[in-house]
Design a protein around this ligand. Structure first.
Ligand SMILES: *[C@@H]1O[C@H](CO)[C@@H](O)[C@H](O)[C@H]1NC(C)=O
Ligand SMILES: *[C@@H]1O[C@H](CO)[C@@H](O)[C@H](O)[C@H]1NC(C)=O
Ligand SMILES: *[C@@H]1O[C@H](CO)[C@@H](O)[C@H](O)[C@H]1NC(C)=O
Ligand SMILES: [Cu+2]
Length: 540
């Protein structure tokens, strides 16, 4: 109930949320401070394969939370509403505010905290020879993640309607709480979920007339984008995002984790692609837990850049008025520190050890930040692939350079309000698909930046022996694009005069070891390609 109050009060006045206190204090169980050991969040597929006490407890706890009354603050509904606080704010001009609150670990930490409490309660029900294993698993439980960049399938355990786990008296089969969330109150309250008339009675993924969740269809869509998602994560965010702002959001000029994250929302589809309700799908917490993990890994590599350093004006969001200056020290409402009085900030949440967890890739690091950065880089290269041989060799007017590689991308810039959202900008090479950027239904306006890798569509050997001009002519002839709605409708790019598309070749110095990324050494813009989309057209 408190959650609703906070929200409704806010809708009338931004200053009345104080009593709606959500302290994020983390989990202390299972932590060995002396040994400097924190339990790790784990890959959901590994957790399922292990099929041990952690898995049983996770599924049973999630199931219990989903059954709890929606009016309880600690219910699944209440906790899933965290980002909803933000999304459902009356000002739909949310832009970076939403991204910023979503791009901090606070919402996932809150879910972990509530789930962890339930898990420990359930662990105490087991007796006999299993009791100690369940107690230990309960104490070390942390929120699992879906690593869509290394395995783009929907995690298999999220695709089955029923699931069998071990309860204290033996195996039980229950409705799978990872499959969907079924709304208790349905139809949904239009005041809280504006525009929700068409939603079904449970969360959906790419629904079609015969299924709320057509598993094969979603799996096929994700598989088709798997390589691109991996490229966006590895190069476009890990290797090239050189500021916190760029890494976290598409509103910072450059590459971000937000771009592949958007692709995943869109490809899963259904209510998962609708920002007002996406957080109610159990897949959401696994998806965002992974985003938090990627950001934590990025921060270990870029250890001097663990918070934003610039400020921007809030577009207006839960309890943050429009126009307020947002910095790393702005309050992250509604998340309080342990004292229940002071709001967390981006700065106060950046050290995740204080919340009692780590990630597998950040475990066993020593105290030397430089060594740690090298080690995490190596793990990123291991997980998401090192510089592949298919990279385009750098063309040179007099022949081929051997010292560097040229990575082709389409850089995109567009004012979102000029497009009918949601939509995707798709790049094709001839008849073949080459890449995309996804614009979700929110924010409604603001400039979006992205860089679409073309490495999957243009192979290394093609430009051998060709001059720069010849390469440019080839690209001009073969590359084209389309802006599409999910139903296949094609949007007219002339209605988006701000749209700017540039084909760019980044020159990269290949890494000399697995613990390095390629280094940027310059770029060339193929300005003839997409020349008419240079952001200076006028509306017809
Ligand atoms: C799931 O379990 C319910 C209740 O036991 C049963 O009616 C349903 O057929 C099961 N669904 C599947 C896909 O096995
Ligand atoms: C949800 O809606 C479907 C039809 O769309 C219906 O078959 C099903 O019984 C409903 N489930 C609940 C729990 O009301
Ligand atoms: C953009 O294109 C238009 C015509 O297509 C041209 O007149 C203008 O000079 C171009 N601007 C830039 C910055 O390239
Ligand atoms: Cu998201």
């Amino acid at each position: 109930m408190l959650l609703f109050w906070g929200l409704l009060l806010f809708i009338t006045s931004a200053s009345l949320v104080k009593s709606n206190s959500i302290p994020i204090i983390g989990l202390t169980t299972g932590v060995d401070k002396e040994a400097g050991a924190w339990p790790a969040r784990r890959n959901i597929n590994e957790l399922e394969t292990e099929a041990g006490p952690s898995w049983d407890l996770f599924i049973r706890a999630l199931s219990a939370l989903e059954d709890d009354s929606e009016s309880e603050e600690g219910s699944y509904f209440g906790v899933a509403g965290d980002p909803f606080h933000i999304v459902a704010s009356p000002v739909h001009d949310l832009i970076r505010g939403m991204r910023r609150e979503c791009s901090t670990p606070a919402p996932a930490d809150h879910k972990q905290q509530i789930l962890g409490q339930k898990v420990q309660q359930l662990a105490n029900e087991y007796s006999g020879k299993d009791a100690s294993a369940y107690t230990a698993a309960g104490q070390a439980f942390r929120l699992p993640y879906w690593d869509w960049a290394s395995d783009a399938r929907i995690p298999p355990p999220c695709t089955r309607q029923n699931i069998t786990v071990n309860a204290p008296k033996g195996p039980i089969t229950i409705r799978n709480p990872l499959y969907s969330y079924q709304w208790h109150q349905y139809p949904l309250d239009q005041g809280l979920f504006p525009g929700s008339e068409s939603l079904e009675n449970e969360t959906t993924r790419s629904p079609n007339p015969t299924s709320h969740f057509p598993v094969e269809e979603v799996t096929r869509k994700l598989a088709a984008q798997a390589q691109q998602i991996k490229l966006k994560v590895q190069y476009y965010a890990f290797a090239f995002a050189d500021t916190y702002e760029k890494m976290a959001s598409m509103s910072g000029n450059g590459n971000s984790f937000e771009s592949p994250h958007n692709d995943v929302h869109n490809l899963v589809g259904g209510s998962f692609a609708t920002l007002t309700v996406t957080s109610f799908d159990p897949l959401f917490m696994l998806h965002h837990c992974n985003l938090d993990r990627l950001a934590a890994m990025w921060a270990a590599i870029n250890f001097e850049k663990t918070v934003q350093t610039t400020s921007y004006q809030s577009g207006g969001l839960f309890a943050t008025p429009k126009g307020e200056d947002i910095t790393a020290d702005s309050p992250l409402k509604p998340f309080y520190q342990a004292d229940g009085k002071t709001f967390h900030t981006s700065r106060s949440v950046r050290d995740i050890a204080q919340f009692g967890y780590t990630y597998p890739e950040l475990q066993d690091l020593d105290l030397d930040v430089h060594q740690n950065a090298l080690r995490v880089t190596e793990l990123v290269n291991d997980l998401y692939g090192s510089l592949p041989a298919r990279r385009v060799r750098r063309p040179h007017p007099r022949g081929y350079g051997t010292q560097s590689l040229r990575e082709l991308v389409v850089s995109v810039e567009v004012e979102r309000s000029e497009l009918e959202l949601p939509c995707t900008i798709n790049i094709y090479r001839g008849d073949g698909y080459a890449g995309r950027t996804t614009l979700l239904d929110m924010p409604r306006n603001g400039i979006l930046f992205d860089e679409i890798p073309l490495a999957g569509a243009i192979s290394a050997s093609e430009f051998r022996g060709m001059s720069l001009d010849a390469v440019e002519d080839l690209l001009e002839k073969e590359l084209h694009f389309e802006i599409k709605k999910d139903d296949g409708t094609v949007l007219d790019p002339m209605k988006a005069p701000s749209l700017r598309l540039d084909v760019q070749g980044f020159d990269l110095k290949p890494p000399s070891s697995l613990s390095e990324f390629p280094k940027y050494s310059g770029k060339h813009t193929y300005s003839k390609v997409f020349a008419q989309y240079n952001g200076t057209r006028t509306l017809q």
